[in-house]
Design a protein around this ligand. Sequence first.
Ligand code: NAD
Ligand code: UDP
Length: 316
Amino acid sequence: MSGKQKKVLVTGGGGFVGSHLCKALLEKGQRVICMDNYYTGSEKNISHLLSDENFKVINHNIIDSFDLEVDEIYNLACPASPPHYQKDPIYTLKTSVWGMLNVLENARRYGAKVLQASTSEVYGDPTLSPQSESYRGNVNTMGPRACYDEGKRVAETLCYDYNKSYDVEVKVVRIFNTYGPQMHPEDGRVVSNFILQALQNKPITIYGDGSQTRAFCYVSDLVDGFIRFMDTERKVTGPLNLGNPREMTIKQLADAVIELTNSASTVEYLPLPVDDPLQRCPDISFAENLLGWTPQVILEDGIKNTIEYFSNVSKS
Ligand code: NAD
Ligand code: UDP
């Protein structure tokens, strides 16, 4: 390990991305505290880390304040899949906004740095593509996605204002669709749904006509970008897009999953959810220039790893 050992808090560390982040930070020799209430995450995601003496777990809801002396905070706590964040929109808003306030207050108290897991959803249903950080977005404040989109937008603003008013060091990452092992089998997001359906030879559920686009980033690339961004100069607050710029239609993703699983699944077309963004693709030039970062894992390899994970989960 280079430099002093840091004490790092990962809220949402029991979730899909958080569990990979905890592991990567431990591998770098840091002391890691995982804070989670397991709303969508699982203790299973971090069970392989429990034997590490540098790893500690706290069961806590970030809607309630907390007091922890740490050097860095990665704030990932928030349901991320549309069915989960829409189940209880007030909870999602409280987690995003009150949770963010509690994280920033704790950071202010101890002079800690904060990396906020924001989202490409702040761009809403974008009217231009690819989306760069300067795009202000097209969010429907009354729609079913608003609790998440607007919650994350307010959380971003809190970060910038704590930085300006109290000099709290903040780093805001706008994450684009990320996938990989440890997604919850009932997560409801497209990659896990398609892989599980394909493995069971069940119909692949495409919402709408499948022409809407997304660009999928493998989780190890995202985590690498997080850690690089946390280490940037104090004045760099973001927002910073992190994602894989290989845009594809949802029908193309379905075809790729069917091929890679060698599945007999057919495709079933279901209604497109209200306000589902029709196109999404990150402009990552800022991340490339600032961090020297570019995604390394191609979709076919990432999907194969995720297929292997879900094959083992369904056996256990
Ligand atoms: P996830 O649902 O797997 O993980 C979220 C974690 O937060 C879970 O472990 C959950 O139990 C925990 N949590 C929820 N509410 C909490 C609360 N009030 N207090 C404490 N813990 C709480 O989702 P993920 O995909 O790992 O996403 C992690 C973060 O990244 C989220 O903030 C999400 O908004 C953001 N993000 C993810 C993606 C993606 O594609 N995975 C895209 C954009 C943004
Ligand atoms: N989707 C789909 N079938 C599914 C799940 C999702 O066609 O079983 C579509 C969804 O309507 C959206 C895209 O896949 O257009 C990505 O959905 P996801 O929930 O993964 O993430 P989003 O980008 O919408 O937050």
